[in-house]
Design a binder for this molecule. Structure first.
Ligand SMILES: [Zn+2]
Ligand SMILES: [Zn+2]
Length: 220
């Protein structure tokens, strides 16, 4: 299992990075990204601290822990600037908190995040075809999520991605230990989103490709 969207107690998750990563190891993960919620107030506080823990844990345990961030409920027009800041501070994965059906995310967030070339547009809700076309062109991965509420539009996201060539990843958006999943359960979530065997394998391949790129960026 490669999971590029999780939360620690640096935002609203309940575990310190070490316990989150430890539990991921026991769940059979090969890669986990810790992507706490952030806006202009806390990027500089969160990223270097999570990065320090990830460096240490990756060195000692059989897992790659990647420091990331989830830009959350920010004004859409600030995505470019905050994405650049996050990368400069050491975020290997930049996730955008997309226009989920279950929160009043500002309209235009999906498009602004794709234009800013974040790595993953999380829970994009009723993403439009034009947005998906742009995501494919800009190399932004669209997320299928196992998280309740956000997962309501998984079927729509999977269908639009299939029609436009946008690439999908699957993440858990873990906040608590029980949110981590096995790759078998991930497969069930993807089946439930309407994806068939070949496309499911492609999703796992996409996650591996993005994780490899992010880890390589860290070493430079
Ligand atoms: Zn989110
Ligand atoms: Zn999240």
């Amino acid at each position: 299992m490669i999971d590029l969207h999780t939360h620690s107690l640096f935002s609203d998750g309940v575990l310190v990075p070490s316990e989150l990563v430890r539990r991921a190891v026991m769940k059979g993960y090969s890669v986990i990204a810790i992507t706490d919620h952030a806006d202009a107030s806390n990027l500089d506080f969160t990223i270097p601290r999570v990065a320090a823990a990830c460096r240490e844990l990756s060195r000692r345990w059989k897992i790659t822990a990647l420091p990331g961030i989830e830009l959350t409920h920010i004004p859409p027009e600030t995505f470019g600037e905050l994405t650049a800041q996050a990368r400069a501070l050491g975020a290997a994965i930049v996730v955008a908190h997309g226009e989920t059906l279950v929160e009043p995310v500002h309209p235009g967030t999906n498009r602004a995040a794709i234009e800013a070339r974040v790595d993953i547009l999380a829970h994009p809700g009723m993403l439009t075809r034009e947005e998906a076309v742009l995501a494919a062109k800009n190399g932004v991965y669209l997320e299928i999520t196992s998280r309740k509420g956000h997962s309501l539009s998984n079927g729509h996201v999977a269908r639009i991605a299939g029609e436009t060539g946008a690439k999908l990843v699957i993440d858990t958006d873990t906040h608590e230990p029980g949110d981590l999943i096995s790759d078998e359960f991930a497969r069930s979530v993807l089946l439930g989103a309407g994806l068939g065997g070949d496309r499911i394998d492609a999703v796992f391949k996409n996650s591996a490709e993005l994780a490899t790129k992010a880890a390589a960026g860290l070493k430079q």
